[in-house]
Design a protein around this ligand. Structure first.
Ligand SMILES: [Zn+2]
Length: 184
């Protein structure tokens, strides 16, 4: 909250807690020691909850109650997986943003299951395949002969001593992609 919102909050807190001593420096002290990082809505919810539990209030009580309320909001709601797990920076940023939105009490739209008997149109998404240990790029590469080691379609690439490799050669990936992507 802003300094002005802090003053408004302290005034409301004084009404809830008659014992609350508010001196000249209290507002700026409470603001910079924690209330600056708390939303007015969360602070108000914390004060509402504290007034039912205790007759004295300190900044630490308000901050602890805000944290408890925000943790509780998150407890029951699943977060959707961010779209691209390979872009770690964007993945982390979206995850943190969603955690924050969830703690703020906003609804986050998670993908719903399809109604019974309905199929999702199109091929399964890459995340779905990856979660089941399948790699779409690798499957695409294995559908053609490897131009590097001459491995036949649907067989593994091999190294110099004919040992199968867990992943196809880069040349096979590139050739398979070139075959499937439209000409420019
Ligand atoms: Zn190969």
């Amino acid at each position: 909250m802003t300094p002005t919102e802090t003053v408004t909050f302290l005034r409301a807190l004084g009404l809830k807690f008659p014992t609350f001593q508010w001196e000249a420096g209290t507002a700026s002290e409470w603001h910079k020691s924690g209330l600056a990082f708390v939303s007015p809505t969360d602070a108000e919810a914390a004060a509402q909850s504290l007034v039912r539990k205790q007759s004295f209030v300190a900044l630490a009580d308000v901050l602890a109650e805000v944290r408890r309320i925000r943790d509780q909001r998150g407890a029951g709601q699943l977060l959707p997986a961010p779209p691209n797990p390979d872009d770690t920076t964007a993945y982390r940023a979206e995850l943190v943003a969603n955690l924050r939105r969830r703690a703020d009490g906003f609804h986050i739209d998670t993908p719903r299951a399809l109604p019974a008997g309905q199929r999702r149109p199109g091929p399964p998404p890459a995340e779905f395949l990856r979660a089941r240990g399948r790699n779409p790029a690798e499957e695409l590469a294995r559908s053609i002969q490897c131009p590097w080691c001459q491995a036949m379609p649907h067989t593994s690439c091999t190294n110099a001593i004919q040992k199968p490799l867990p992943q196809s050669h880069q040349a096979r990936h590139d050739a398979a992609r070139a075959l499937t992507s439209p000409p420019e």
